[in-house]
Each structure stands twice: as structure tokens, then as C-alpha cells.
Design a protein around this ligand. Structure first.
Ligand code: AMP
Ligand code: MG
Length: 413
């Protein structure tokens, strides 16, 4: 028997995987309303000031401070300006009724809120007089033109993943459509003769040895959350010819082929010879738990990644390796798994030689609880947990230790 190759550290595997991946270049124009989750393929530069002009941030009265040098001064109201109206220059010695968002009349240098003013009776038919019960400060309650965005400012950069705030920002500078990268096209399939699709067979009638295909469902969901266009190609039987055929057709028109299962070196693991027959393949044993077997390579123009079959291994290796790869393909800078220092409210006294990713959940005391069964087949640990603790090789954890915690929520947007 050949000696086992040494396990590859995760950071080495990740660096190698990313080194072989260039950002995809195809882009398309979509309506800003439809651009949530997409990656910008342009800079967005503002052609105007936001806000476009000085305006009031209160309902009240716009005036000149020099007209109110004494508390209790009364001034005539010379105009009324609501949001959306144009303002006239402020007549000397007067004030203007003004509402939030309305443009400041030229000449005014402060707004006094209405709670600090008293409207005096104008029974003699004269213009209403308003008494100002405070000493106004220069500039108060005024939002200045361009204080948010200046004309010519770049408000969003190429490679930005668009979320709610970015869409609002783009719309706020007048963009009704945006140039975005085309979604990475991903072919997904599962391998394993034991797999049955939910719906194909009721639970009571499952044949001996059969299990439902759960990986397909979470992998499709993970891919879509990362902005991919997923071709779900179902289950490939554990046969060499069928596997080669499935991979050959998937390589057409996809940027990535993602499989789960069949990457160990058992007799029933056909991914390795099939990919080698069509392109190139590296089969790695990565020093992580859950995880370990991981295959990557190329078939034609398509990247190939083979994840382990055990559901938790598949899920975690996706987050650790496939997610950064997909972000790279989309030109998005990835901050990586930067754990937040958090208190462990558990003991972990049997550390592994491999780097471990424990499924944990935050408790109301701000600490972390550990799911009792950390086995790589136990999907319940992912449902119960809300994140991962990254444990260096061979390191034990004692209750009260500070450990690096990454929430799933941070990785799945
Ligand atoms: P493999 O990597 O193909 O040797 O599979 C390892 C383990 O994961 C086996 O117990 C498989 O039955 C299980 N497994 C593989 N693929 C899936 C899947 N799509 N859904 C659920 N379990 C799977
Ligand atoms: Mg298998």
C-alpha cells in the first residue's frame, strides 16, 4: 500500500483553490429593483448632490439669525414652503413657514422648530406674525446640499455585492438600471446509489440501505444564496460511464460543476477517474473536521469541485472552500471566516489533529453552547446550531475560554 499523503492545511488548500480562479467577466444590465444580491460590474458615480439643495430637517420656520437677536422677537411670515415646492428668496425681516425636506429659501441661515415658535393672532388682516421663543443658532436644522453625496462622488464600486442599502444608494443618485456580473452558472449533482429523492418513495416504503438525498437541497440553497444560477442535475448512479457522461454534458455552459459524494477512495467512488478522463483533478485530504476528502479540477472551461458525501462535511466544506471560490469568480473580495471572540460555555477535551469546526449556538448569556453530537453525518447539528467555532489542530477548549465564532448568518447572505 502507498503511504498516505500528509493532510493539507485548510489555508493552503484555500490559497491553491483561489489561485486557479479568475473572476468571470460576462455582465448584463438589470433593473435596479431586480438587482438585489447581484455583483456590480460598474462603478456608480453620482451626477448630482444628495441632497440636491439645502433643506429643512424639521417642521418649523426658516429665518435669518440676524433678525432674531433677542428671544421673543416676532417676524411676519412671508412664504410657506412644503417638500417638493420651490422656495423664493427670503424677504428681509421675515420668516418662512417650512416643512421637513422642503428647500431652504435663499437668504435663510437657520430653521427654528415649530415647538419653539408661537403663531400670533393676525386678526387685523395683516400677515401672520410668528414669535420666536429661542435664539437661533446659525445652520441649525439645515441639511446641506451634498452632505450625503457630492456630485462626482463614487458611491458604489465595481465588485460590490448589492443589498438593500446599496440599492437605495444607487436609486438615490438616479440609477434605474445597473450593470452587474452574470450569475455564475453551476451544475449540481449528487452521487450515490443509496440516494432517493424525497417524493420518489414514501418513508414507509424506503428500500433497505436507501437514504433521502439531503445534500442536493442544501447545496442548491447555498448556491442560490451566493448568487448562482443552478442547474440541478439530480442523482448520478455509482457507475463510471454514467459519471463520465454526466460530467461531460455538465461541462458545457457551466462555470462550476459541483458534486457531493464519491470523492473518498472507495471502490464505489467514481468521481476521481471520471474527472481525470475528461480534464484534470487534484484529490486532497484536507486537515479539517468535518470534511477531509475534497476534489477540485477543471473540465474544459468549467471548474470542478467534489465535496464529501456526509451531509455536515459537505455543508461545512462548502462554506470553507466553495463559498470563497464563488465570491472570487464574482470578483467579490471575501473577508473570510474571521471569527468573533466569544465565550465558550462548554468543554472540548478531546481535540483532533485536524482543524475542527464545531456546531454551536449562542445562548442568552452571550456565550456558546455546543451541540452534543458533532458527527459529520448529523444534519441536526446544523439546524440546532447558528454558527461554527474554529478550533486549531490539537487545541482543547475549557469552559470560559474565548473562541472564534462565525455565525452562519454572516456566511449565507
Ligand atoms: P460518500 O462520500 O459517497 O462515500 O458518502 C459518505 C456518506 O454520505 C455516506 O453515508 C452517504 O450515504 C452519505 N451521502 C452521500 N451523499 C449524500 C446525499 N446527497 N444526501 C445525504 N447523504 C449522502
Ligand atoms: Mg457514495
Amino acid at each position: 500500500m502507498q503511504p498516505r499523503p500528509p493532510l493539507k492545511p485548510l489555508n493552503e488548500a484555500l490559497a491553491q483553490l483561489l489561485a486557479g480562479a479568475m473572476p468571470l467577466s460576462a455582465s448584463e444590465t438589470v433593473a435596479t429593483l431586480e438587482a438585489d444580491g447581484r455583483v456590480l460590474a460598474q462603478d456608480v458615480v453620482s451626477e448630482l448632490h444628495v441632497p440636491p439643495q439645502d433643506n429643512s430637517s424639521m417642521d418649523g420656520y426658516a429665518l435669518r439669525c440676524s433678525d432674531v437677536i433677542q428671544i421673543g422677537t416676532a417676524l411676519p411670515q412671508s412664504q410657506r414652503i412644503a417638500a417638493g415646492m420651490a422656495a423664493q428668496p427670503l424677504a428681509d425681516g421675515s420668516l418662512a413657514r417650512i416643512f421637513t425636506g422642503a428647500p431652504l429659501p435663499p437668504g435663510a441661515d437657520a430653521v427654528v422648530m415649530q415647538e419653539d415658535c408661537t403663531v400670533l393672532d393676525a386678526s387685523d388682516g395683516a400677515r401672520p406674525q410668528v414669535r420666536v421663543n429661542v435664539l437661533p443658532q446659525h445652520g441649525q436644522w439645515i441639511r446641506r446640499a451634498g452632505e450625503d453625496v457630492g456630485r462626482g462622488d463614487r458611491v458604489l464600486s465595481h465588485g460590490t455585492r448589492l443589498g438593500p442599502a446599496e440599492l437605495g444608494q444607487a436609486a438615490g443618485v438616479g440609477m434605474d438600471s445597473l450593470r452587474v456580473l452574470c450569475r455564475p452558472r453551476v451544475a449540481l449533482f449528487s452521487t450515490g446509489d443509496e440516494l432517493v429523492m424525497p417524493g420518489a418513495c414514501p418513508p414507509a416504503a424506503m428500500p433497505p440501505g436507501a437514504i433521502y438525498n439531503s445534500n442536493r437541497f442544501f447545496l442548491a440553497s447555498l448556491l442560490r444564496r451566493l448568487g448562482c444560477d443552478v442547474s440541478d442535475l439530480g442523482i448520478v448512479p455509482d457507475q463510471r460511464a454514467a459519471t463520465v457522461e454526466a460530467l461531460r454534458s455538465a461541462a458545457q455552459g457551466h462555470d462550476l460543476i459541483l458534486t457531493s459524494g464519491g470523492v473518498s477512495v472507495g471502490e464505489e467512488d467514481h468521481i476521481k477517474p471520471a474527472v481525470q478522463a475528461l480534464g484534470s483533478l487534484d484529490l486532497w485530504q484536507i486537515a479539517i473536521k468535518p470534511g477531509k476528502p475534497f476534489a477540485h479540477g477543471r473540465i474544459g472551461q468549467a471548474h470542478f469541485v467534489g465535496l464529501p458525501g456526509n451531509p455536515v462535511s459537505s455543508f461545512v466544506t462548502f462554506l470553507l472552500l466553495v463559498r470563497p471560490l464563488l465570491l472570487r469568480l464574482q470578483g467579490v473580495a471575501d473577508a473570510g471566516l474571521h471569527g468573533v471572540p466569544t465565550r465558550a460555555d462548554f468543554d472540548w477535551s478531546r481535540p483532533d489533529k485536524r482543524q475542527e469546526f464545531l456546531r454551536v449556538r449562542r445562548n442568552v448569556q452571550g456565550g456558546l453552547d455546543l451541540y452534543p453530537n458533532q458527527s459529520s453525518g448529523v444534519l441536526t447539528s446544523l439546524v440546532w446550531g447558528d454558527g461554527l467555532v474554529n478550533v486549531p489542530p490539537g487545541q482543547a477548549i475549557a469552559r470560559g475560554d474565548t473562541v472564534p465564532y462565525t455565525a452562519f448568518a454572516e456566511l449565507l447572505v
